[in-house]
Design a protein around this ligand. Sequence first.
Ligand SMILES: [Zn+2]
Ligand SMILES: [Zn+2]
Length: 164
Amino acid sequence: MGRRYICEYCDRSFVDELSARQKHLRSIQHIRKKQAYYSSIRDLKTLVEEESKKETCGRFQRTGECTFGEICVHSHYSPFELETFRRQLAEKEKSTCDVKTIANNLPSVEDWLAKVKKQTGTDPKTTDGLDSFYSPEASNPFLPVSLQKPPLEIFSSVSLTDWG
Ligand SMILES: [Zn+2]
Ligand SMILES: [Zn+2]
């Protein structure tokens, strides 16, 4: 049996062939493990910023090994990996941003109660107010048109066609 390449990030080993090693280093699973390993040391954003400034370490890219290891002045991340990180960062930032925007635009319950009170003249906090507010007979201005009770006149103007 030949030499085995041990990936310290993934905690697995495989036959040390250049193609197998390159394939592994580009696998999503490996990139995730490597990222998880580093995010416990420094955060992803710093990592991407720092690594983007460096030139890619040709030796590491070719062989998956570099004698300088962590102190190498070149980046041991491939442009592909950095691009993956950048995309993940952008997605993370976008999703937290979306949540914030939605949260900021949501009216508070107090606002809503005040609005109902103003528009219907009833206080939804009291049972009376609630009854008339949710009564199916009352046309409810807060429901979308499709959920409101249609006025009966609509049906008199509808001409019915037989289907089929
Ligand atoms: Zn790995
Ligand atoms: Zn290197």
